[in-house]
Design a protein around this ligand. Sequence first.
Ligand SMILES: *Cc1c(COP(=O)(O)O)cnc(C)c1O
Length: 400
Amino acid sequence: MTQFAAREGELVVGGKRLSVLAAQVGRTPFYAYDRGLLRARVAELRAALPRAVKLHYAMKANPMPALVGFMAGLVDGVDVASAGELKVALDAGAEPAEISFAGPAKRDVELQQAVAAGVLVNVESMRELPVLAAASQALGLPARVALRVNPDYELKGSGMKMGGGPKPFGIDVEQIPQALAQVGALGLSFEGFHLFAGSQNLRAESICEAQVKGFELALRLSQDAPAPLQVLNLGGGFGIPYFPGEQRLDLAPIGQNLSALVERAATELPQARLVIELGRFLVGEAGVYVTRVVDRKVSRGQVFLVCDGGLNHHLSASGNFGQVLRKNYPTTIGNRVDAPRENASAVGPLCTPLDLLADRMELPQADIGDLVVIFQSGAYGASASPQPFLGHPAVVEVLV
Ligand SMILES: *Cc1c(COP(=O)(O)O)cnc(C)c1O
C-alpha cells in the first residue's frame, strides 16, 4: 500500500534513509512530506484527466506553508476555507484569481479580506451576499462570487457526506433562484457554482455519478443566472486506501467521464471552465508520521511500543477523527523494515486508552530508540490534531 521505497533495511523518505532524515530533523516526532511523491501524484492525475479540467488543491488537508507553496506551483488553483488559510495561500504565491474561498461562518472581516484579495468567494449562505456587496462598494472592487449549492442528492460511498439533505454547507438548491436574483440585484460579479458532496470516496462510479448530476444541476440553475457561467467547481471527494481490502481509486473512468463533461460544456456552458478540488488525494499518500519508541513494555504477554507522540499529533491514525470503527493505518518500524515480525501495539504518550497508533499489528521487532512510521499521513494530520492536549512538545513538519 505504501508509496515509499526501502534501502539497506530502512525506509527512504525524501531520498534519505529514515535514520538519516531523523538526524537531520533533530528531534521526533515529525511529519515528513515527500516532494517527489507529491509531484508524481499530480502528474498521475494530469495524465488521467482531460487537460481542460482545472485541478485545485484544497489546502485544509495539509496547510503547512512550504507544502502549500510547493503545491501552488503544481496545480491550477488553491481552495481555502478561512482567512488564515487565505493568508498562507497568498504568502505561498498562489495566484489570487485562482484562489477560491469556501466554508461556513465566514465572518464579515473575512469576506472583506476576500474581496480585497480579489479571490473567488464560494458563497455558503444568503447572509454573505449583502456583506460582500458592502465590501465591494467600500473598496471599489468587484466581489467575485460562486454559489455553493447544497444539492438534493448525496455522494454515495463517501466517508464524510457534505451535501444532500439538511446541511450547514452551501445554499439549498431550492433557494438558488432567489440567491441568483439577489446576486444580480446587489451587482455582485457572478462567476458560477460550487458543488462538494463529500470526502474519502474510493468508488469511481459514485464520483462520476456525482459529477454528472452536478453538471446537470448547474446547467439547469444557470438559466436563472445573471451572467454566463465562467466556473463550475464539481468538487472532488477522491479517496485514498487506508486499510487492508480497500481498493485504490480507479482514475480511468473518472477521466473518461470528465472528458464527456468537457465536451458537453463546450456547447452547453461554453464560457465555463470545469474545476475539481482535491485535498487528501493529492497529499495524503506522500506523508509519513514518525515517532520514536521511548519504552518497550510487555503487559500480560502483549508488547507495547510506547512512543513520544500519538493522538496529540495524529488524531486520525488513532481512529478518533470521525471514524466509526477504529482500524490500524499502515505502519512499520522505519529504521528496520526487514527485522523479524512480532505482534505489537504502538501507543502514544498520553494518559488515555484512546492514544493508540497501532493495535496488535504484525510489525518488525522494535526496541527503545527505533522509529515507528505511520503511512498515509500527509492529510488531516498535524493541523487536525489536538496538539496542546497533555502538554507535550509540538510536532515538527518537514518537506523533503
Ligand atoms: C474538505 C474539503 C475538501 C477536501 O476534501 P478531501 O477529502 O481532502 O479531498 C474540498 N472541498 C471542500 C469544500 C471541503 O470542505
